[in-house]
Design a protein around this ligand. Structure first.
Ligand code: KG4
Ligand code: ZN
Length: 340
């Protein structure tokens, strides 16, 4: 089974051809960092116009790399939400047009569900492969979403706690903008934090110790703003120390709540997903804590942490294998909570 996956929920125009085993036959992605960088974050209007230009050639490139034509496909899957409405619309309209034109089955995919299956994607040269075993505890930490999910199977995902305000990646992006480090903020702060002392600046950890599986990062962001107001924008070692302290304050609740959720639900493995999962310190900390608690940690390859078409195609392929039906028409949904 070969599925074309299309992703445009935020600022990446991405497409991939994937089979039901998670093997990525070909993929392409166009990011919009240059267009959004002057604004320090994603501008929705610019994002949708960029998708309109970028997506058709991205789909062509991905089919080329996979060495297939539209005739060889068994279906088209597209992210229908949650995300930016204008961005989602472009992907949904192009996917629907392709499916109609080529008489292909059409599938709508939940963006967070797609992230949660990314650890099981593999490339032709992938040496180490993660085997899917349900249930697992999934942490999705990205620019638009942060939450913990119990994954019982395709289409069987239960939300256990999400962020009450900012997503983890959003916090990275906003603090990076504050410090003049640019967009996207995650990789910029990670780099600036390299030689910093994570204990140098005391920053708050919200919702700690009350057993809550929810997250909150807006207080942390405000604390960073206050720090800069009091001391000015730091440079040199002080900048590294602030970045390292901020990074540690984001990572700690992500790690500790994932561990607590897995233990509470007696689930033996944790999947670390979403753009923030590309962060080396988060991966290292989660790996250390999981090992201490006797839990298995599953992480996607770095390129499948941030938004991509492969995870969208694979979520649909897994769904089809367990009975999901194609649809005639799909509507984008800016908000779409997973069942709780
Ligand atoms: O999953 P994703 O590509 O898009 C959404 O679904 O939102 O995640 C993008 C987010 C951005 O906020 C970006 O700053 C963050 O992931 N990110 C990182 C790193 N790489 C990307 N955050 C921390 N460390 C990184 N290395
Ligand atoms: Zn995402």
């Amino acid at each position: 089974m070969l599925i074309l996956g299309i992703e445009t929920s935020c600022d990446d125009s991405a497409a991939a051809v994937v089979d039901e085993c998670g093997l990525v036959h070909g993929e392409a992605v166009a990011n919009q960092f240059e267009q959004h960088r002057p604004f320090g974050g994603v501008v929705p209007e610019i994002a949708s116009r960029q998708h309109l230009e970028a997506l058709p050639p991205v789909i062509d490139a991905c089919l080329d790399k996979a060495g297939v034509s539209l005739d060889d496909l068994d279906g088209v899957a597209v992210t229908i939400g949650p995300g930016l409405m204008g961005s989602l619309l472009v992907g949904v309209e192009i996917a629907s047009g392709l499916a109609w034109m080529e008489n292909l089955a059409l599938y709508g995919v939940h963006h967070v569900a797609a992230h949660l299956f990314a650890p099981f994607l593999k490339g032709k040269e992938t040496s180490r492969v993660n085997d899917i075993r349900f249930p697992y505890m999934g942490l999705c930490a990205s620019g638009g979403h942060t939450g913990l999910y119990r994954v019982d199977g395709p289409g069987r995902i239960i939300g256990l706690g999400e962020t009450r305000d900012d997503a983890a990646g959003e916090a990275f992006d906003k603090v990076s903008k504050l410090l003049g480090l640019g967009y996207p903020g995650g990789p910029a702060i990670e780099k600036a934090a390299e030689n910093g002392d994570p204990g140098a600046v005391t920053l708050p950890r919200a919702l700690r110790g009350d057993g809550s599986l929810e997250f909150s990062f807006s207080g942390l962001k405000t604390a960073a703003v206050q720090h800069v107001k009091a001391k000015g924008i730091p440079s040199g070692q002080a900048l590294s120390d602030l970045c390292a302290s901020f990074q540690a304050a984001v990572i700690e609740p992500l790690v500790e709540k994932s561990i607590a959720a897995a233990k509470r639900h007696r689930i033996p493995s944790i999947a670390l997903t979403g753009g923030v999962a590309a962060n080396r310190s988060l991966r290292d900390r989660m790996s250390k804590r999981a090992a201490e608690e006797g839990l298995e940690l599953i992480v996607p390859q770095a390129m499948w942490c941030t938004d991509n078409g492969a995870m969208v195609a694979f979520e649909a392929a897994l769904g089809i294998a367990s009975g999901a039906r194609a649809v005639e028409r799909i509507e984008p949904r800016a908000t779409w909570p997973l069942p709780r």
